[in-house]
Design a protein around this ligand. Structure first.
Ligand code: ME8
Length: 627
């Protein structure tokens, strides 16, 4: 069994936890859960950073002693993690005795390494960052590059760590371990910091009283950042050299946003090099969550209202949206309207309806889960696609491409929906075709079980509900095809994601108002819209067009007539998958000749990163008007 140790940053307690903290912690939770179902022994750390001048100040403002203040704030994080279904193994507090003792041991070792010396520090200090901003990062305005706030001039006697000594070793480590920092953009950024030279850093504060004193000079308090980084080891029992510490250190991955990657990928490894301990294997820095394109800020009222969205759509929809919508390394703008869309399209429609439909058919036609007979058309394709999906998922998780991981799973979900459609399983209830019906339904249920395993790290409650509705008494975590027992009594199938009708209205800010005005200029009249004749058709044949890689020639049955339509979907759909699929056709479009092939209409599809055909939610009779 291998071990897997994942950490989030320990968050400052001088404010309530917010969606940014939630984003990192959910991502780490997904990794922890993923490794658990892979059979690895996992240790997942999250926690809070409770020392330093900022916390002291916040406590003063609240009229509390620092420890009392921390004791009041830390449970807010614990409560949120419970609400978000976070499966951490430890909630680390830096005011705990275990941490204090471990930190002292580490500081003694650092001092003994000979790389700590006393000196005077003067420089420009950012309070919210709790750091001196190096000369080369200073602008003429002397503002913090992160917080955009004026820097303070500070002079004090400090202990320093000889960070500069580790520049070459760090560079070598970066080159020998190209995946040490992820994504590449962050790695390159840090490499350029390294190449421009590292300055020694001060590791103590004489002006601060709320923190851990240096074991070799109790007049000084250890700088909060230096202390905080050590938590990743003290939490495991570094002080006593515990079994747990020996099993899990070095960490497999430290997860955070890009603001603090320098501390984790340069300073922390150098400290570990100094005391001769192994370095974390990877430092992964994701992008910022923003709202309306702006940095989250409680004081400026730029907040993400997690509570409302979780109440409206449920926790799993929130978790799903956060990881499906944004590419992990990049910034992502949080939009409730997109959460609404994803809820209805991906969760209610693709996944929820599939489960409901398959359970309905099993209940109507069988006593319990039917036994499969000889595989027929498409069955093996479904099985093979399940396995390929699992393999692709592994690759995506390795590279923190959570959005692609979910998209890969959903491609499979959509394929299973098409499978139900193209086999027209609901028409097979006659005695002579019933064994075939049983096989298709078994295969669909097994696909759903398989999907529930794959989604379980992301949306664990939903995964549990699916397996429960299928009739499994205990959650089966194994993504291996064919494990679904027969004869289980399936449930009636309560919708797991009931459709939500109204999309939330974006709050009007100056920016959105401008956008609304601009959009009004592009509006068409209702009369114009009525000119469109949209009908439901069924694809009855599909073939490639020679010399046109993107195009397919389709024959579409519109009930009263058949049409030939050319569609630019060849890169997204194999011809054989399309047969039997209901689509929406613009039937009163002028005919056109495309690559020498006549086209009488147009098929509608959602065209973004991928192309997905629009089709009625459930089967309707051919030729039905769409309006
Ligand atoms: O830095 N988008 O604590 P912190 C995405 N105590 N993630 C965000 C975010 C946003 N808008 N805002 C915050 C500290 N985060 C130190 C850490 S670790 C040894 C010490 C997340 O409360 C993200 O993970 O300021 C970011 O790195 C972290 O919160 C900063 O948390």
């Amino acid at each position: 069994m291998s071990t897997f140790y994942v950490t989030t940053p320990i968050y400052y307690v001088n404010g309530e936890p917010h969606a940014g903290h939630a984003y990192t912690t959910i991502a780490a939770d997904i990794l922890a859960r993923y490794h658990r179902i892979k059979g690895n022994e996992v240790f997942f750390l999250t926690g809070v950073d409770e020392h330093g001048a900022n916390i002291h100040k916040a406590a003063e403002n609240a009229g509390l002693a620092p420890q009392d203040y921390c004791d009041q704030m830390a449970p807010m994080f614990v409560k949120l993690w419970k609400r978000l279904n976070i499966s951490h193994d430890i909630f680390m507090r830096t005011t705990s005795d275990m941490h204090k003792r471990g930190a002292k041991k580490f500081l003694t070792a650092l001092h003994d390494s000979g790389d700590v010396y006393k000196g005077t520090y003067e420089g420009h200090y950012c309070r919210p960052c709790e750091r001196f901003v190096p000369e080369k990062e200073l602008t003429d305005e002397k503002i913090c590059p992160i917080h955009k706030l004026p820097l303070e001039w500070l002079e004090e006697e400090n202990y320093f760590f000889r960070l500069s000594k580790y520049q070459e070793r760090l560079l070598a480590h970066f080159h020998e371990n190209p995946d040490f920092v992820y994504p590449a953009a962050r790695r390159n950024e840090l490499l350029s910091v390294l190449n421009s030279g590292l300055e020694d850093i001060s590791i103590s504060r004489s002006s601060v009283s709320w923190g851990i004193s240096l074991p070799f000079d109790p007049e000084h308090i250890v700088y909060v950042w230096i202390e905080a980084l050590m938590n990743y080891m003290t939490a495991l029992g570094y002080e006593t050299d515990s079994e747990q510490y020996r099993a899990f250190w070095p960490a497999d991955v430290h997860i955070m946003a890009k603001d603090i990657s320098r501390f984790h990928a340069l300073i922390w490894p150098a400290m570990l090099m100094a005391v001769d301990l192994p370095l974390p294997k990877q430092v992964v820095a994701h992008g910022w969550l923003t709202k309306d394109g702006e940095a989250l800020s409680k004081t400026r009222g730029i907040v993400i209202d997690m509570d409302t969205d979780i109440e409206t759509y449920g926790l799993d929809a929130f978790r799903y949206y956060l990881l499906r919508e944004f590419s992990f390394g990049n910034d992502g703008d949080y939009r409730p309207a997109r959460l609404h869309e994803r809820y209805n399209a991906d969760l209610a429609n693709d996944l929820g309806n599939l489960l409901n439909r398959v359970l309905g058919l099993v209940n109507k036609n069988f006593e319990g889960i039917p036994a499969p007979t000889t595989p027929g058309e498409f069955d093996n394709e479904i099985k093979e696609m399940a396995q390929k999906t699992r393999d692709a998922l592994d690759v995506h998780i390795e590279t923190y491409a959570f959005d692609s991981a979910l998209e890969t799973i959903w491609e499979f979900v959509r394929r299973v929906n098409r499978y139900v459609q193209q086999t027209e399983v609901w028409t097979l209830a006659k005695p002579e075709t019933k064994p075939r019906m049983g096989t298709i339904l078994y295969c669909s249920l097994e696909a759903l079980r398989y999907v529930s395993v794959l989604i379980s790290p992301f949306i664990p409650d939903t995964a549990g509900k699916i397996q429960k509705q299928i009739g499994l008494a205990e959650f089966d975590t194994v993504a291996e095809w064919g494990r679904l027992p027969i004869d289980l009594k399936v449930s009636k199938g309560e919708p797991i994601f009931p459709r939500k009708e109204k999309a939330p209205q974006p709050e009007k800010t100056a920016k959105t108002e401008k956008k609304v005005k601009k959009e009004t200029a592009n509006l068409i009249s209702f009369a114009d819209f009525q000119k469109l004749d949209l009908r439901v058709g069924k694809i009855i044949s599909a073939e490639p067009i020679e010399g046109a890689d993107r195009l397919l020639k389709l024959q579409v049955d519109l009930g009263t007539e058949k049409r030939q339509v050319v569609a630019g979907i060849a890169e997204h759909y194999k011809p054989e998958i399309l047969i039997g699929k209901q689509v929406i056709v613009v039937v009163n479009l002028e005919p056109a000749t495309i690559r020498n092939v006549e086209s009488h209409g147009m098929i509608l599809a959602a065209s973004g990163d991928s192309v997905v055909l629009a089709s009625p939610e459930t089967e309707v009779s051919l030729g039905t008007q769409v309006k």
